[in-house]
Design a binder for this molecule. Structure first.
Ligand code: UDP
Ligand code: MG
Length: 330
């Protein structure tokens, strides 16, 4: 019988944890397959871990993997994918924006059609803010242009993957893989299940503008060298412009009209300086990634992993298990 792992990154989600578990558990219990839930605590500063450990008392299939500090959404996913043992692994947000009920059709689609990836495609994003929708639209448009058509229009990190895919992902030497791009780029047979994106149940988004920009820079630089070629094109354009200016300057000199010209010089110096700085910055972005790759530091550290059962769903047991005594690994 196939087993299912559900991986959920959580950063300061104490307010959402209970509601999430309450909706996720019946869905998984009704699958009729052995499952585990891998909740990855991404260095939360609130009571997320305490809430999770309390839930574990009545839900032995819930496993808590705690990271030492906030490593970011994608790194938390990486930690969860390493820990997951299922034949199928579903990654889902903890804030109920991705409805857990969709997991059932994802699993049945994967089993019946024999595909390795089932994308959760956000057919309806009305619950997201206008700003979020526009920035997301821009992001997917840009990544389709730069990385290729394999990038889906609205596929985030809610998806099911087979063991084969997860093994490939876990074996990647990349420092910070952007999973929503890497998974489709692998080319495994896939299907899609559409769903309506709900509003966040509790708490605030953990993706402020800074993290969104960081994800975009990671996405672009890990899938495209096109920004580096921008430097070449700007250089060519300014070279041609300079040739024209040189001809014009020589003409002006031969005609004896050489005194005015402060403005044009000023503009030329500023413009070329600006272009050069932009190009240096672009280079730096890639050099920085090469540097990080050679340092080869881990993207996350696991503080502890409670372990957990991979069992078929049962009704909540009434007897309370004692204090949590999970295995602790550094
Ligand atoms: N998350 C995380 N680490 C972070 C930021 C976010 O583990 O540094 C988790 C968060 O708890 C949630 C998921 O990633 O389960 C998606 O984040 P969020 O819902 O805040 O993003 P949004 O839906 O607003 O894009
Ligand atoms: Mg969310």
């Amino acid at each position: 019988m196939v087993t299912v792992s559900v991986v959920t990154p959580m950063y300061d989600e104490a307010a959402a944890v209970d509601g999430f578990a309450a909706r996720l558990r019946p869905v998984l219990d009704e699958l009729g397959l052995p499952y585990e839930v891998v909740a990855v605590d991404d260095g939360s500063r609130d009571a997320t871990v305490a809430r999770l450990l309390a839930l574990r008392a009545t839900w032995p299939s819930l496993r808590v993997v705690a990271l030492r500090r906030n490593a970011g959404h994608q790194a938390a996913l990486a930690a969860g994918l390493r820990a997951a043992r299922g034949d199928y692994v579903v990654t889902i947000d903890a804030d109920l924006q991705d409805p857990p009920e969709v997991i059932a059709p994802m699993v049945s689609t994967a089993v019946s059609r024999g595909v390795d990836v089932v994308y959760g495609v956000r057919a309806d994003r009305r619950a997201d803010s206008g700003f979020k929708r526009r920035t997301a639209g821009l992001y997917y448009w840009l990544m389709r242009r730069l990385a290729g058509d394999f990038v889906g229009g609205q596929a985030g990190d809610f998806r099911l993957m087979s063991r084969a895919v997860v093994d490939v992902l876990n074996g990647l030497p990349e420092q910070r893989p952007v999973y929503r791009l890497v998974v489709p780029s692998l080319g495994f047979p896939s299907a899609a299940v559409e769903y309506a994106r709900a509003a966040r149940v509790a708490g605030r988004t953990k993706y402020p503008l800074g993290k969104m920009i960081r994800l975009t820079v990671d996405s672009v630089t890990s899938f495209s060298a096109a920004p580096l070629r921008v430097a070449t094109w700007l250089g060519l354009v300014s070279f041609v412009a300079c040739l024209a200016l040189i001809v014009g300057g020589l003409l002006a000199w031969s005609l004896g009209g050489t005194v005015p010209g402060w403005t044009s010089l000023y503009i030329a110096v500023l413009l070329l300086g600006g272009i050069q700085l932009i190009c240096l910055g672009l280079l730096g972005e890639y050099v920085g990634r090469i540097y990080a790759a050679t340092q080869n530091r881990p993207a996350f550290l696991v503080a502890f992993d409670t372990g957990g059962d991979v069992t078929e769903g049962t009704a909540p047991a009434s007897s309370e298990a004692g204090a949590d005594t999970g295995t602790r690994a550094a």
